[in-house]
Write a protein that binds this ligand. Structure first.
Ligand SMILES: [Fe+2]
Ligand SMILES: [Zn+2]
Length: 369
């Protein structure tokens, strides 16, 4: 059994482990019990957890602990034995934060061939990796066929459906429900702010673009928010704290959600920006903080619509712009209504895109074996 060991220090609810590498871990007793990897605590077939934390007392503490190299062994009061490999514990530590590269007007999305993206796993891996870093890529030489966005589902999908349509047509339509169906300029925005979880990935497929004007505009919303936070932390807080209503509707459809414009994780990393001038509804004028919110919103609008924030380029027929929609806003300049211009939109979810990349990398690792 175990003997006192300088590499193990017992605290009231945690074990302090000094690994041979010199690293030190503080491991809570409930954490140590909960993550036991033995066959009794797991569903062997699926490697899912079977053990339920409430089956042991909340003040559980190991009777005995020992460290042999990187092998940490514990015996619990009911006789259950748990063994950890140091590498497994190392792997459980969360990365500092997800890395992403901020950009401004000088940015130009990387371009990849549409067919290569669909057929070649390494091309798809490269494109998705770039997409996760910058939040925007362009696939080029896609067919000018309506519905082409369906074929992206194996790489990005499944398609995230919302009301109105599965694949959305953006062209001049006198009966359209949205300013996108006119030839007007569209200020930077993300789509469907009127959902409590707006689509987190948007693909914009230009089928034909013979209209003068109508340059596409994208903005790195997270980069703008970080600049705002640095200069005016109070403004940033107001944007995180004030619920704002959004609505998009027509005779047959109604979408409505109330949420703050900015959402962060517990460490203050930005998770999402929700911004749509066209869909935003009147705030409750009697709610506390309306004045603070509006001063912050004024500053945010100024930064998001400033030339310095806008990366501009023309989408030609066959180009598909894909944006990480909780980060990157899209818009366009006004265009001449005379020329043909037809765009289709479809939505996906970033979780799925990220996880497709994990599977691609796993496949690639097997091939290299
Ligand atoms: Fe849009
Ligand atoms: Zn176990």
């Amino acid at each position: 059994m175990s003997r006192p060991d300088a590499s193990l220090l017992r605290h009231s609810d945690a074990l302090e482990v000094h690994w041979p590498s010199g690293k030190v871990s503080h491991l809570n007793f409930l954490w140590l019990r909960d993550n036991c990897g033995c066959e009794e605590c797991r569903v062997v077939q699926t490697n899912e957890k079977r053990f339920m934390i409430s089956d042991v007392p909340v003040d559980i503490a190991p009777l005995a602990v020992s460290l042999d190299g990187n092998r940490l062994a514990l015996v619990w009061p009911d006789g259950h034995e748990t063994v950890y490999d140091g590498a497994d514990i190392e792997a459980a530590y969360a990365p500092d934060s997800v890395k992403w590269t901020p950009w401004d007007r000088r940015f130009s999305p990387s371009r990849y061939g549409f067919q290569a993206f669909l057929r070649d796993d390494s091309a798809a891996s490269a494109a998705i990796t770039e997409f996760l870093d910058t939040g925007a890529i362009i696939l080029q030489q896609a067919p000018a066929q309506p519905g082409t966005l369906e074929s992206l589902a194996p790489r990005l999908g499944p398609i995230r459906e919302v009301l109105f349509a599965r694949i959305h047509d953006v062209k001049i339509d006198p009966s359209g429900y949205n300013v996108a169906h006119t030839s007007n300029a569209l200020p930077p925005h993300n789509d469907f702010a009127s959902y409590s979880w707006p689509p987190s990935v948007q693909a914009l497929h230009m089928l034909v673009n013979e209209a003068a004007g109508g340059e596409s505009v994208i903005v790195d919303g997270w980069n703008v928010l970080n600049a705002l936070r640095e200069r005016h932390p109070g403004h940033f807080r107001a944007l995180c704290d004030t619920p704002v209503p959004f609505r998009e509707f027509d005779d047959d459809n109604e979408t409505y959600a109330v949420a703050p414009l900015v959402r962060c994780d517990g460490d203050g990393n930005i998770l999402s920006l929700r911004f749509s001038n066209q869909l935003m509804q009147a705030l409750d004028p009697g709610a506390p903080g309306v004045g603070e919110f509006y001063r912050a919103y004024h500053a945010l609008c100024g930064l998001l619509t400033a030339d310095d924030a806008k990366a501009r380029f023309r989408l030609d027929g066959g180009d598909i712009l894909i944006v990480a929609a909780h980060r990157v806003l899209h818009g366009r300049e006004a265009f001449a209504a005379a020329g043909r211009r037809h765009l289709q939109d479809a939505y996906f979810e970033l979780d799925n895109v990220r996880n497709h990349l994990v599977v691609l990398q796993r496949k690639g690792a097997h091939i290299d074996d």
